[in-house]
Design a protein around this ligand. Structure first.
Ligand code: ADP
Length: 397
């Protein structure tokens, strides 16, 4: 009694989420047990790939929950930056190939030849929307069905460009009643159907909020038994093709060797992961287990290091405070006296990149205002990590 509709939808949602999380967790725990009990390399490799798949699934659910919490609090924000549109589209499609092949589905890419190359938008969020539409299309379309990703330029004005983006499929479609529900927070088309297909039911709500923030509206047309189409229009800023500052030319695998970095991170397994991800680069990595250690290491030999990866939550001294101390030290007259060359080469001080599980815009802003230069979310994505290192290499003398 007294529980209103939204409360009960919310507790249903929480129950569904905890069920959704148990499924990949079960897989991870079970596969670890199997792997530990066998010495067959093939069996172990199979367990590892299942653990990887289940972990990615779990990460997706955690991210959905965070996004939902932010949407409810009106705190979802975009982080706009310049990126290559066709590269981004190719990347999204690449991640879907496995599932498309498994269901022998056809993917038609209907891209306007006139698409701008560089645009300014939130690449991560746009990717998230397309990824969600494509995953749903694959999930709710039978074997040998057809899915079309269409991206069209419909207007160009000054430096702005209006894009129409849609994903259509020849799948099961959605009933009129269902269409009313798919965008309401914490609701699903129908419990029975969702159970058959799995899924949090949060994806489309998040997509709608993202598209809304980008100034668009998600439009859905669907006919049961025939298929569905999810699309939207957004206007983005265009950027003339960037000056050829070619990183590939120096891509000889040895380019990272000259880097020496400090990794400030208190959790051992996190240090181990970053060290393993970077092992092949040959760069020198020195670890610090808290902010004080990172600060002392840097102060002892500032010209030795090119970069600091800084965790935020650490005992003794957190990442924000360590960064403030480092910046204050670099402003110090003594530093200027003993490191005149460094002062000229990097007037803004040593690059510091936050490496943290706090991934909201205000967290990023807090890192920047403490004096850091960038931000990487945890779990660390190897491609993003390498991108940051490449950016750093471009700035080195
Ligand atoms: P999830 O797929 O995780 O349940 P979504 O928010 O992405 O969550 O989708 C909500 C519901 O909308 C789905 O459960 C499904 O019933 C319906 N739906 C979404 N996309 C499609 C599609 N392409 N074809 C048919 N039904 C769809």
């Amino acid at each position: 009694m007294g529980e209103n509709k939204s409360d009960s939808a919310k507790s249903n949602f929480l129950a569904r989420m905890s069920h959704e999380m148990r499924t990949p967790l079960n897989a991870i725990i079970g596969m670890c047990t199997i792997a530990q009990a066998t010495s067959e390399p093939e069996r172990i490799a199979d367990c590892l790939s299942k653990i990887q798949e289940a972990s990615a699934n779990l990460l997706g659910i955690v991210n959905d929950i965070l996004d939902m919490a932010n949407i409810e609090a009106g705190k979802l924000k975009l982080i706009n930056a310049k990126f290559n549109l066709s590269q981004m589209l190719q990347n999204v499609v690449k991640t879907k190939n496995f599932n498309l092949n498994a269901k022998r589905q056809n993917l038609i890419l209907d891209f306007d030849p006139e698409l701008p190359s560089q645009i300014i938008a939130d690449e991560h969020r746009l990717t998230q929307v397309l990824d969600n539409f494509l995953s749903n299309a694959i999930k709710f379309t039978g074997p040998e069905g057809t899915i079309t990703l269409s991206v069209k330029k419909i207007k160009e004005e000054n430096s702005g460009c209006t894009l129409n983006i849609s994903v259509s499929d020849t799948g099961i479609g959605i009933s009129k009643d269902g269409l009313k529900k798919i965008f309401s927070l914490f609701e699903q088309v129908d419990g029975g159907m969702a159970r058959k297909y799995e899924g949090s039911g949060a994806g489309l709500v998040i997509c709608e909020s993202i598209v809304h923030l980008m100034g668009g509206v998600v439009k859905v047309s669907s006919e049961p038994g025939k298929g569905s189409c999810f699309g939207f229009e957004i206007t983005v800023e265009m950027e003339a093709p960037a000056e050829a500052k070619d990183t590939m030319a120096s891509d000889d695998g040895l380019k990272y060797k000259k880097l020496s970095i400090i990794l400030a991170e208190d959790v051992e397994i996190n240090r181990e992961i970053v060290m393993a991800l970077l092992e092949d680069t040959g760069m020198a990595i020195e670890c610090a287990e808290n902010g004080i250690e990172a600060l002392e290491k840097y102060k002892a030999n500032p010209s030795k290091y090119n970069l600091i990866f800084m965790d935020i939550h650490m005992p003794e001294m957190d990442g924000y405070e360590a960064t403030r101390h480092i910046r204050a030290f670099e402003q110090d007259a003594e530093f200027a006296k003993y490191n005149p060359r460094l002062q000229l080469e990097r007037p803004e001080g040593i690059p510091i990149i936050a490496m943290t599980a706090n991934v909201f815009k205000e967290d990023v802003d807090k890192c920047l205002s403490a004096g850091m230069n960038g931000h990487l979310g945890k779990p660390v994505d190897i491609e993003e990590l390498m991108k940051k290192l490449d950016e750093l290499l471009l700035t080195l003398p």
